[in-house]
Write a new protein. Structure first.
Length: 277
């Protein structure tokens, strides 16, 4: 069963209603994000729409990864951070003091640049998060694992080797396994930080095909340096950049076709045409 949108807010009443369908999955309002005392991004406001793929593009060091990590608070595992502004998930503040961060990350999953399978079997990798959040029967767990692997377009390749180590898979298979692991806990949003940067062209194509199939069920945010990839897989694109301050900011956001064909900001146009970056 899909978790309720506000299950991550400890002690809250269930206020899910028809209004939810009209809300963006994530709403970012005047976000500035700090690592310690160092400001990484500043003044970002944008909506991430339900059931759409949003690409984040821009030159290295412009805050793309910082931004995407702020959307499920994963940065807090790395260092001391501070935020100004607001990030809302279906209308609820994810930085509210009573938020259960583990439940939040269940609903807003993440796949990283480098595949990070656990040193255990393929089956146990996919089942890992499910076992943390519930105690399903073996038959129910088997169904969940198969469903997640099918969702990640990996089932046919591994179904006869579920007991073998995940570390024996190819890089592309490991990345799809990490996607299956995220899908197994039934998130509503999937964040993908450069998911294809370490993969060969064939593995990259499989990930892009997977993104296209998953958009029917999930809201997806993908950070990518590959502008051709962004134009292929996304519905909306956000262009980030920096100035002499080295602080990242959002330059332009809109439908992908508009960003790539008729950008309104000169800096976006210069980046799309390869004049810097």
């Amino acid at each position: 069963m899909q978790p309720r949108t506000n299950d991550f807010l400890t002690g809250s009443a269930d206020r899910t209603s028809g209004l939810e369908a009209k809300l963006p999955a994530l709403r970012v309002q005047d976000l500035s994000f700090y690592y310690g005392s160092q400001k990484a991004v500043e003044g970002i406001s944008m909506d991430i729409y339900q059931g759409q793929v949003t690409a984040i593009i821009g030159p290295s060091g412009c805050g793309k990864s910082t931004f995407i990590k702020s959307l499920n608070r994963i940065s807090e595992l790395e260092t001391r951070v501070r935020l100004e502004g607001k990030v809302e998930f279906f209308g609820q503040d994810i930085y509210h003091p009573r938020v259960n961060i583990n439940r939040l990350r269940r609903q807003i999953g993440m796949v990283f640049q480098k595949p990070n399978p656990f040193p255990m079997s393929i089956y146990d990798n996919v089942a890992y998060g499910v076992r943390i959040f519930s105690r399903p029967s073996r038959s129910r767990l088997d169904e969940t694992v198969e469903s997640a692997l099918r969702g990640a377009a990996l089932w046919d390749e591994v179904k006869d080797n579920l007991g073998k180590s995940a570390l024996g898979l190819s890089g592309g298979q490991q990345q799809r396994l990490c996607i299956a692991r995220a899908l197994a806990v039934k998130p509503r949003v999937l964040l993908m930080d450069e998911p294809c940067s370490a993969l060969d062209p064939i593995a990259t194509m499989k990930i892009e095909e997977l993104i296209d199939s998953l958009r029917q069920e999930l809201t997806i945010v993908i950070v990518t340096h590959n502008m051709q990839q962004a134009s292929r897989v996304s519905n909306y694109t956000a262009f980030f950049s920096t100035d002499e301050s080295r602080i990242g900011h959002l330059v332009e956001f809109g439908p992908t076709s508009q960003i790539f064909m008729t950008p309104t900001h000169p800096r976006t146009k210069d980046y799309i045409e390869g004049r810097f970056g």
